[in-house]
Design a protein around this ligand. Sequence first.
Ligand code: ATP
Length: 485
Amino acid sequence: MEGSDRRPLITDRVTVNGTVTPLALLADGRLWWSESGQRCLVVEKDVLGFIADGPYIKIKTLVEKRDGCCSSGHLVRNDVVFQPSSHELHALWCNKLREFIDSIGRPKRLFVFVNPYGGKKSGKKIFVDKVKPLLEDAQIQITVQETKHQLHAKEIAHSLDITKYDGIVCVSGDGILVEVVNGLLQREDWDTAIKIPLGVVPAGTGNGIAKSLLDAVGDPCAVANAVLAIIRGHKRLLDVATITQGETRFFSVLMLAWGLIADVDIESEKYRWMGSARLDFYALCRFINLRHYNGCVSFVPAPGFEAYGEPTSYRGKSISKGNNIDLSEAESVKLQRFCYQGPEIDVENLNWRIINGPFISIWLHNVPWGAEDTMAAPDAKFSDGYLDLIVMKNCPKLPLLSLMSELSTGGHVKSPYVTYIKVKAFILEPGPRTKDQGKEGIIDSDGEVLARGKGSYKCEKKALMTYDKLQITVDQGLATVFTPI
Ligand SMILES: Nc1ncnc2c1ncn2[C@@H]1O[C@H](COP(=O)(O)OP(=O)(O)OP(=O)(O)O)[C@@H](O)[C@H]1O
């Protein structure tokens, strides 16, 4: 640790496991002692908190389990217990440790959503067994709210007194995080509300945001790693995309899909009993009976991608009215006036390009991972202000099979049948299937159905938007998320 501050904040001769040893807390936040060799804990990284227990002090740690001399990458809780040499030093140790932990900007009060329904319906168990004990070790005050129904988290985020919390945590899949972002951005005080740091602990089927954050630093997408990131309180900005159709808006942090990916994501629900195999099984079904969709996409390319597509003018003027299903007329007018309206971009005067269909798949991604095993957009960045666009038009069956098998590594974007670019704004004009003009598709954003076309799966169910033209713009780094580093 070259250049680190080795000044001792406190030193003492303490008893650890019956052995008397020197113990020092250095200004750089390392705790040094001897116990069958030199031992060191980096408070910022390894220590959750501490408690005074009679004459002892218990340091609560979360450290990598070691298999022999190698670290396993698996985090385990462990207490380091020591007895200071006197009553006065006991009090001084507590003061110095508290001062140090307080100085590193950790959250002290968190509002925690637990989705008991997501994934394998194990959100509650994950929270009780794995999340709560760590937050308790870190002495973080928590207010827990189980989500009772769809959009419950959005309702709560919409009216929560955010001044009482240092962050909002979602023990769920991506769905609850997206609801929270939508709730915050539909508040009158959205510009301050959206700054509250958001944490996500993977407990759903699709844990794309958690996987993207943890994988970015080489950590496994595990509950303990996600909770440790929240406790340590590091933050990073996250782009938010605004999907607009008339007066209707949906705020997305993960992705938008139309065509093959949306069909597999949504229609495979009927095979939920298969577990996660449903996605592979249904992808194979769709592969055998491949659909092509008419339509077109226009976009504003990021620098370096200007050569893709053909030049066009802004095509958003006739973007129709959405369905506004969860809003009354009065609420909708109020929202329009006060809530976040999307980024202030002069869309009409940007350099628009167009790609005409038919398409097999259109996918827009904000972060690299769409789910724990799907690296949709390997070059996506959390806050670059761009979305990664993955377009697949025609593709023979064999290369299609091969690129579908490469989704877990991100290798699909290198296929000559895939166009992979970054865009600043985007317009989707979805059409019907080429072989059956009476049937349209599904538009999926962040795992939820945004629009269902005629003759599509469960088309009788209402969705937020209509299967029609919609526009997407990105606000760079609008949201803040807890991150491992
Ligand atoms: N108590 C509940 N009962 C039914 N649905 C709920 C409940 N609480 C939350 N939900 C809904 O569950 C959906 C899925 O949530 P989440 O993203 O956490 O899990 P997931 O397993 O990753 O998602 P998916 O079911 O889309 O695969 C969200 O749309 C949310 O509104």
